[in-house]
Design a protein around this ligand. Structure first.
Ligand code: FES
Length: 211
């Protein structure tokens, strides 16, 4: 091509702008440039939409938790897959209380509950001391409040064994996340897959060692 000729490609066909006056050629060159930028602008987000963001990867990835500072009777919350996961370190008294009210529960053995197969018994835990569950009510998804202390102190009745109260419609759960009878929530709180790397290192979202 000679120096004073410009080619543009329209629809894949070669188009010669050599017969146009200089102002038309300048306009065409500018238009072609804008088109190229626009094409690049479209291509980048399209490609990006196929690549999971760091945030998305982090949201679905297992979460490692340090339990070393969690004292008996305390609860901590971590986020896993965008959900709150509770870890309650139960005292011997809390664990003993789980036996006191089985008759008042919908599913005391958690047969219908969503939980890993290796979480067994009334404690619903790999290590009974640590109760791990998704802190979302199984009725309509509110997050229950802590009512960990037994008795009337937390605004409950005298017979309250300790547990959790959903503020939305009043569902009550014990310290193993088991729902009491006559509550809106149909099932016990969900227990996520989890495993322990050591006595004080817990991984939420991974269960190869817990099975
Ligand atoms: S959402 Fe918890 S009782 Fe309705």
């Amino acid at each position: 091509m000679s120096d004073n000729k410009q080619d543009a490609s329209v629809g894949g066909a070669a188009f010669c702008a050599c017969s146009l006056d200089p102002s038309r050629r300048a306009l065409m060159a500018a238009t072609a440039g804008v088109g190229a930028v626009a094409a690049a602008g479209v291509a980048v987000p399209f490609a990006a939409s196929f690549m999971p963001s760091e945030r998305a990867k982090a949201a679905g990835a297992p979460v490692e938790v340090d339990l070393s500072r969690l004292q008996p009777g305390e609860k901590m919350t971590v986020e896993w897959q965008g959900k709150p996961v509770w870890i309650l370190r139960r005292t011997p008294e809390m664990l003993a209380s789980l036996q006191s009210h089985a008759a008042g529960l919908v599913d005391p053995e958690s047969k219908a509950a969503e939980q890993p197969a290796y979480v067994k018994g009334e404690a619903r835990a790999i290590k009974p001391e640590y109760f791990v569950c998704v802190g979302i009510c199984t009725h309509l998804g509110c997050s229950p409040s802590d009512k960990l202390k037994p008795g009337a102190e937390g605004g409950m009745d005298e017979s309250w064994p300790g547990g959790f109260l959903c503020p939305c419609h009043g569902s009550r759960f014990d310290l193993a996340g088991r729902v009491f009878k006559s509550m809106p929530a149909p099932t016990n709180l969900v227990i996520p897959p989890h495993t322990y790397l050591s006595d004080t290192r817990l991984v939420i979202g991974e269960d190869t060692k817990g099975a």
